[in-house]
Design a protein around this ligand. Structure first.
Ligand code: DOR
Ligand code: ZN
Length: 348
C-alpha cells in the first residue's frame, strides 16, 4: 500500500458481502460494485432464493451478462440454507467451485428471509458436512424470537446459537456478517482462525442516534440495526487493532426509494457508490490507515483461500459529493448529498 498526503493506492478490494438483486435493478446497481472491487461474495436472498447449483449458475450468468464490458469482476456465489436443503447439493456445489459458502438466515431475520432456517438443529447434517469439507457458513447473527429486543438480537445470537454451534462443531468455518456490537467485536477478536467477520461502512460511521434523533432517516435503516455509540466505538477499536480476520463487506442492499421512504420501510443501505471513500474516511479518522489495505483487500481473500488481487485502485484526497440520487432518484445512495474527503481516482 502506498499512502501519500494526497492519495492512497491499494490492491483492488474484495467486497465480501453484497446484494446485487436481479432483473433491471441488477443492471443498475452492479457497476458500482464491479467498478471498485475485483470480486464480491453475492448473497442469495432473491425470491425464490438461490438454493441449488442450477439456480446459482443461472444467477451468475445473469450477473456476468449485466456487467459493463470494461469491468474485470468475478461474482462469487453463495447458497441459501433452508430447513430442507440437501447436504449433497451443498457439497457438490462447493467442490465444483459454484458455491464459495452458504448463507444462514434465521427465519424472518431480514429481507427475503422467510425461507430461512426455523431451528438450527434442522440443518445439523448440512453443518456437519460443511465442517467436513471446509465450507464457510456466513451467518446473519440475530435471534428472531419476538420477546428479544431488536437491539439485543446480535448479542443474544452469539450466546444462544453461535457459541454452542462452534463448541459442537469446532472445525466449522464461520463468518459473522455485518457485526454491530461490542459483544460481536470481542467474540471475533478472541476467536480462532476459523472465525472471521465483516463490517459495513454504515455501522462504522454511524450509531442509532444518527438514524433516530430529530428526524428519522430511513436510508440508514438496515438489519442488524445501528446500535449505541459504545458499540460503534468497539467496531472502531477492532479495525484499529488491524485484526487479520476482519474484512470489508459492505452489505450494499439497494431497495427502490419508494420502498425505503414508506410506512413499512425495507431494511438495507445502498452503499456501493460511496463505500470505499467512506471506509477510507473512517480509517483516517481513527488513525488506522496503515490497516486499510488489509481490511479491504487481503484479510477476506486470505480467509477464503483466494489469491490476492493483482490490480490496484487509487483514492485521492479531494472533496467528493456523493450523488443525491441515482436513476432519477429511484435509488438513494449511502451518504447522499454529503461531501467526503476521499474519492476514487477515476472520478477525478
Ligand atoms: O438491511 C439488510 N438488508 N440486512 C440484510 O441482512 C439483508 C439486506 C437486504 O437484502 O435488503
Ligand atoms: Zn446482507
Amino acid at each position: 500500500m502506498i499512502v501519500k498526503q494526497k492519495q492512497i493506492t491499494i490492491r483492488s478490494p474484495d467486497d465480501c458481502h453484497v446484494h446485487l438483486r436481479d432483473g433491471y435493478i441488477l443492471k443498475r446497481v452492479l457497476p458500482y460494485t464491479s467498478k471498485v472491487n475485483s470480486r464480491a461474495i453475492v448473497m442469495p436472498n432473491l425470491i425464490p432464493p438461490i438454493t441449488s447449483i442450477k439456480t446459482a449458475i443461472a444467477y451468475r450468468k445473469r450477473i456476468l451478462a449485466a456487467l459493463p464490458t470494461k469491468h474485470n469482476f468475478i461474482p462469487l456465489m453463495t447458497c441459501y440454507l433452508t430447513d430442507s436443503i440437501d447436504p449433497n447439493e451443498i457439497e457438490h456445489g462447493y467442490r465444483e467451485g459454484i458455491f464459495i459458502a452458504a448463507k444462514f438466515y434465521p427465519v424472518h431475520s431480514t429481507t427475503n428471509s422467510s425461507f430461512g432456517v426455523t431451528k438450527i438443529t434442522r440443518i445439523q447434517k448440512v453443518l456437519e458436512r460443511m465442517q467436513k469439507i471446509g465450507m464457510p457458513i456466513l451467518v446473519h447473527g440475530e435471534i428472531t424470537e419476538p420477546h428479544i429486543d431488536i437491539f439485543d438480537r446480535e448479542a443474544r445470537f452469539i450466546e444462544i446459537i453461535l457459541e454452542p454451534l462452534r463448541k459442537q462443531l469446532p472445525g466449522l468455518k464461520v463468518v459473522m456478517e455485518h457485526i454491530t456490537t461490542k459483544e460481536a467485536a470481542q467474540y471475533v477478536a478472541s476467536g480462532n482462525k476459523l472465525l472471521g467477520a465483516t463490517i459495513t461502512p454504515q455501522h462504522l460511521m454511524f450509531n442509532r442516534n444518527h438514524m433516530l434523533v430529530n428526524k428519522l432517516n430511513p436510508h440508514l435503516y438496515c438489519l442488524p440495526i445501528l446500535k449505541r455509540n459504545i458499540h460503534q466505538n468497539a467496531l472502531h477499536k477492532l479495525i484499529a487493532s488491524g485484526h487479520c480476520r476482519v474484512f470489508l463487506g459492505t452489505d450494499t442492499a439497494p431497495h427502490l426509494r419508494f420502498f425505503k421512504e414508506a410506512s413499512y420501510g425495507c431494511a438495507g443501505v445502498f452503499n456501493s457508490p460511496s463505500a470505499l471513500p467512506a471506509y477510507a474516511t473512517i480509517f483516517e479518522e481513527i488513525n488506522s490507515l496503515e490497516y486499510f489495505e488489509r481490511f479491504c483487500s487481503e484479510n477476506g481473500a486470505k480467509f477464503y483461500n483466494l489469491p490476492l488481487n493483482k490490480t490496484t485502485i487509487t483514492l485521492v484526497r479531494k472533496p467528493w459529493k456523493v450523488p443525491n440520487g441515482i436513476y432519477n432518484n429511484t435509488l438513494i445512495p449511502f451518504l447522499a448529498g454529503k461531501v467526503l474527503n476521499w474519492r476514487i481516482k477515476s472520478n477525478v
